[in-house]
Design a protein around this ligand. Structure first.
Ligand code: ADP
Ligand code: MG
Ligand code: MG
Length: 213
């Protein structure tokens, strides 16, 4: 039912926040190679604010959409930075796709991720190959959509897609950044993956556990 979907969304945000906390120093170091080094702290501020807002929403009986919209706004407000605004877009798009009432299907989750991918590209104007989180979000979304269309249950489809995400994040090490703060120091980033791509891959891999029945 709708309460169960909200509790699943809350559990996913908890896993997301815990994953960011564990990897915050590593994310900062990666961002510091060619960027400004604040990706770990920014993701911690955003994901903590999002989780706290989601806890409040869940206590008030919100459905998954309302809960994720509150979390999205809190993330963008608290994190600041480029990735904060983009993570706000991701959570908002997934929330809208899930809705507040019915129990979401795997196809609806995949559709939410596809809307998130489109929304990030619209706001940030990055394309595949620019060495940003888009390089993970797009293949993750394609793989999730393909696997759910093939009839896989959400946990299986998400696991398949999370493996694509990890491979895609690793592959950004070979790219030169064309967007964001890393662009002026592009050559320095060769051999290091993009910080936002890496954090996204870590997060989707960890969130998989929430969907295992
Ligand atoms: P900031 O760049 O403002 O310091 P963060 O360090 O938190 O913010 O996030 C940096 C990450 O944001 C980059 O590694 C990249 O993945 C992502 N990013 C930056 N600009 C864009 C963009 N225009 N589109 C998509 N992702 C972007
Ligand atoms: Mg930064
Ligand atoms: Mg910054």
């Amino acid at each position: 039912d709708s309460r169960e979907a909200a509790r699943t969304a809350l559990a996913a945000l908890r896993v997301l926040k815990d994953t960011v906390d564990v990897h915050a120093d590593e994310l900062g170091r990666i961002d510091a190679v060619a960027g400004d080094g604040d990706h770990g702290i920014g993701m911690q501020r955003g994901s903590t604010g999002a989780y706290e807002a989601a806890v409040r929403a869940e206590t008030l009986g919100a459905g998954a959409e309302t809960l994720l919209h509150r979390a999205a706004d809190a993330w963008a407000d608290r994190a600041g930075g480029t990735s904060g605004a983009l993570w706000g877009v991701i959570l908002r798009a997934v929330g809208t796709a899930l809705g507040d009432t019915a129990r979401p299907t795997a196809a609806e989750v995949a559709s939410g991720v596809a809307q998130a991918s489109a929304g990030v590209m619209e706001l940030g104007k990055a394309e595949v190959g620019d060495k940003t989180m888009v390089d993970v979000l797009v293949p993750f979304s394609y793989a999730l959509t393909a696997a759910t269309r093939a009839g896989q249950p959400l946990a299986t489809a998400w696991d398949t897609a999370a493996h694509s995400a990890s491979a895609a994040a690793q592959a950004t090490a070979d790219l030169l950044p064309r967007m964001g703060r890393a662009r002026p120091h592009a050559e320095k980033s060769l051999g290091t993956p993009d910080a936002g791509a890496h954090s996204l891959a870590l997060i989707v891999r960890a969130v998989h556990g929430v969907f295992v029945p």
